[in-house]
Design a protein around this ligand. Structure first.
Ligand SMILES: Cc1cc2nc3c(=O)[nH]c(=O)nc-3n(C[C@H](O)[C@H](O)[C@H](O)COP(=O)(O)OP(=O)(O)OC[C@H]3O[C@@H](n4cnc5c(N)ncnc54)[C@H](O)[C@@H]3O)c2cc1C
Length: 294
């Protein structure tokens, strides 16, 4: 299949890209890695008059450390860089672990961090991992730049808080407290397929042996990444162990509301999500999945 014809622009700066988007607010699509956009165009699910290619914009390709220790990723950082860049592997091993599960290497070489987040597929790994880490999405438009919490960014399947005429320019992620472990577990039909369900976990056991930091983000269990709001109340101050992790997994399995689709039933996804969450928490507690502690 071929895409419909469109005009093409490849600006080399963010202001130029924004100008093009603002001149064509409802008729332009942004091209990042093209790994989701091109299939969408080929299937004629979108027919933009103009495609604005971001691949010449150097300023969107950097990974920088901020003075407060957080890491800022330009939206055009390739997904594969999450697996190879020392700053990511050292400070945010959860993103490295999540990236391993995205598709196949050629797709991760082209696919971008910003493209995955802006595309907002509910079964995608990065939105769940960034949500578990309380990341902030940096969106720029005519009115300047705004920083949107992951919890407010993902609005539904393939729907985000990016408005017409705006661009996702980056994502900012603060590493979990030192000594935290993290893990990303997934079940997919084949290696490299989108998750039927996946769990991203971050956990720290404090000096007294009890949990003093815990976060979870799930994929594949509804229209947006799922982050349970009751986790702190249930787990902070408790001893880390399988009984607690199973209790958390069972509660999640009861309350998430995934969809039935051709790949799996909703009830299967519920069950798998609960089990994965419990296992990811256990692995994060002992660093046993090889993603380590920081
Ligand atoms: C065979 C195959 C298997 C895949 N498996 C997986 C998988 O298992 N897990 C997974 O997560 N993904 C998977 N993907 C998708 C892949 O991760 C894509 O790279 C990702 O979804 C989109 O990133 P991209 O950079 O290619 O964006 P593009 O395809 O270029 O863009 C995707 C969408 O986001 C918009 N967009 C992109 N960048 C911006 C921006 N900076 N600001 C505003 N809007 C923007 C585009 O306009 C478009 O609507 C798979 C893809 C293929 C082809």
């Amino acid at each position: 299949m071929k895409p419909p014809s469109f005009e093409y622009a490849a600006p080399d700066s963010v202001p130029d890209a924004l100008r093009l988007l603002q001149e064509n607010p409802d008729e332009a699509s942004v091209l990042a890695g093209g790994q989701s956009l091109m299939p969408v165009l080929n299937m004629r699910m979108a027919q933009p008059r103009l495609v604005v290619d971001l691949n010449r914009i150097r300023e969107l390709t950097s990974i920088e450390s901020a003075p407060d220790g957080s890491v800022r990723f330009g939206s055009m950082v390739r997904q594969h860089s999450l697996e190879t860049e020392p700053i990511v592997r050292d400070r945010l091993p959860l993103l490295t672990a999540a990236a391993h599960h995205i598709a196949h290497l050629p797709i991760r070489f082209r696919g971008t961090v910003g493209g995955s987040l802006a595309h907002a597929d509910p079964a995608a790994e990065l939105p769940a991992a960034v949500s578990a880490l309380d990341g902030r999405l940096i969106v720029r438009g005519g009115g300047g730049e705004r920083s949107v919490a992951a919890a407010d960014f993902f609005l539904g399947p393939l729907t985000t808080a990016i408005e017409p005429g705006e661009l996702l320019v980056g994502v900012e992620v603060e590493p979990p407290p030192p000594g935290s472990g993290s893990a990303f577990f997934e079940v997919a039909r084949t290696h490299g397929a989108f998750a039927l369900a996946a769990a991203a976990a971050v956990l720290r056991v404090g000096d007294g042996g009890n949990i003093d930091h815990i976060r979870l983000g799930l994929a594949g269990v509804g229209g947006t990444p799922y982050v349970p709001g009751w986790l702190d109340e249930l787990a902070l101050g408790e001893a880390a162990g399988d009984a607690l992790f199973r209790r958390i997994g069972d509660r999640l399995a009861e309350e998430v509301e995934p969809f039935d689709d051709i790949h799996a039933t909703a009830s299967y996804r519920k069950r798998v999500a609960g089990v994965l969450a419990a296992r990811a928490l256990a692995a994060a507690a002992d660093g046993a999945d090889g993603q380590g502690r920081r």
